[in-house]
Ligand binder design. Sequence first.
Ligand SMILES: Nc1ncnc2c1ncn2[C@@H]1O[C@H](COP(=O)(O)OP(=O)(O)OP(=O)(O)O)[C@@H](O)[C@H]1O
Ligand SMILES: [Mg+2]
Length: 505
Amino acid sequence: MSALPSPAAKPPTILVIDDDAEIRYSLNRVLSSRAWQVAEAASGEQGVALVKKGPPPDLVFLDVRMGGMSGLEALQHIRAASPKQLVILMTAFGTAQTAIEAMKFGAFDYVMKPFDPAKVLALAENALKAHADMRAVGDYKPTINSEDYKEGIVGASPVMQEVFKIIGQVTASDVTVMITGESGTGKELVARSIWKHSHRAGKPFIAVNCAAIPDNLIESELFGHEKGSFTGATGQRLGKFELCDGGTIFLDEIGDMALATQTKILRVLQAGEIQRVGGTETIKVDVRILAATNKDLEAMVRSKTFREDLYYRLNVVRIKMPPLRERFEDIPSIVEFCLQTLVKQRKARATKVAPEAMAVIARHRWPGNVRELENVIYRSAVIAQGDTILLKDLPAEIREAVGLPASVDGATSSSNAPFEPPASPAAPAGAAGAPLPADPGSPPALTMETALDFVYAQLSSADAPILPRLERELAARALQSAGGDTAAAAKLLGLTKAAFQKRLT
Ligand SMILES: Nc1ncnc2c1ncn2[C@@H]1O[C@H](COP(=O)(O)OP(=O)(O)OP(=O)(O)O)[C@@H](O)[C@H]1O
Ligand SMILES: [Mg+2]
C-alpha cells in the first residue's frame, strides 16, 4: 500500500483499490499516462483505511469482487467517511443488478473489465471534472428562511411580492377570488395559501378540477344526488359543497365548466344554497369559493360560453400569476426550495447546482412554468451522483432548448443512459495533469449572452426603467476598477466626466 499524495498539490490524486496486482499495475499505467498521481490499495480494508486517514483522493477506482471486504461494502464505508468522495466501480460482471447497486450506493460510475484504456481515461476525466465543479460550487448555505418552507411558495421578485400582498388582503374576508395564469404557475398553491391563512383554515379545503369531470357527472359531484335520480344513482350521495360546509372550495379550470353548471354555481354565490340532483330540498351551505383558470374568460364571456354574471361574481378579486419567465430572479430560490424538499423527503441528495447548469436553467423559457422547473430539478437531482447537479445531469431536452448539444463532455448523458459508461473517449485534456481545462468542444461555462439574459431578466422585472439602472451599475463598477479615479472611469465607459457623474447619481 502506497501513501496518498496530498490533494492540495496538483495534479489530481486517484486511488486504485483492487486485490489483483496485475489490474492495479495496468490501471496505474493507464492513469499515470495523464500524469495523475496514482496510489494503490490491495484490499477493501486498506483502501477504506487510506480514505479515512485522509486527505481523501480526488477519485477512487474500486473493484467490486475482492476477497475480504467486498467492493460494495468498501463503497459504503468510504461514502460514510467521506460523503462527497467520487468512486468508480470496476466489475467483471456487467449485470443490471451490479449497475443498479453501484449507483444506489452512490458510485459516480462503473467500468467493466477487461478495460478499454481510452474508456478508463474518459471516465476518470469526467469524474475529475465533476469533482472540480463540485468543489468550485462550495458548501451549501441555506438562503430560504423557514417561513417560506411553511408557506410552500417561494418568490422574492416584485411580481410575486404583489401576489403575496393580495393573498394577505383577501384572507380576512370571504371574498371570491379568481386566480388566473398559465399552467404550472402556482394557482392551486395560491388558493391553498389563501385558505390556510383564512378563518376557515380549520375546515376543509376541497379542490375540484372541472376539466377532469365529465359534464354529466359534475353536478352530482358538486351538489350530490338523490337515490334514483339517474341511471347508476343507487343511493343518496352528498356533493362537495355539502361535504365542504364551513370550508373552502377551489373550482379549478372553471373555464371548462358547462353553462348549466355555471348557473348553479351562481346560485350558491348569490343565495348560499344548493339542491341535490333529483332533489327538491334547498340546502344552505356556507362555503367560500376560490376559482382558477388558464383560459381567457373575458373572451369566453364575449362568445357567450361563460356566463357574464358569474364572471363578475367570481372576479371580485383577481390574482394574476406571472409566468416564470417574468420572474427569472426567483429561479435560484425555487430550485433551492425544490432540492431541500427532495432532501427532506429522502428522494435525492443534491443540494446545489453548478454554475454551468444554473446558466442553462436561467436561459430556458420554461413554458411549463414552475411545474416544469420542479420536474426538471427532480429528474436531475435523482441522476446527480454527488451533492451538486452538474450540466450533464440536466435532461437533454433542456440543454437542447437553449442550444447546447444533448450530450456533454463527449460522454453519453447520464440522464439518457444512467448506467452506461461513456461511449467515446473524451478529447484529450490540454496539459497533462492540469486541473482539466474546459474541453474546447464543450459548451461555454458562462457566456456573455447568458450573463446578459440574467441581468436583463432581473432588471426588467422591477418597475424602474432598465437603462438608467444598468448605467448606474456599470458606472459604479467602472469607478471601482479605476480605483476611484472619476476621469479614468469615465474614459473606460467612453463618456465625458460630466456625463459619467450624471450616471453615478
Ligand atoms: N412559487 C413557488 N414556489 C415553490 N413551488 C411552486 C411555486 N409555484 C408553484 N410551485 C409548485 O409548482 C407546481 C405547480 O403548481 P400549481 O399546481 O399550483 O400550478 P397551477 O397553476 O395550478 O397549474 P395548472 O394550471 O397546470 O393546474 C406545484 O408542485 C407547486 O408546488
Ligand atoms: Mg392547477
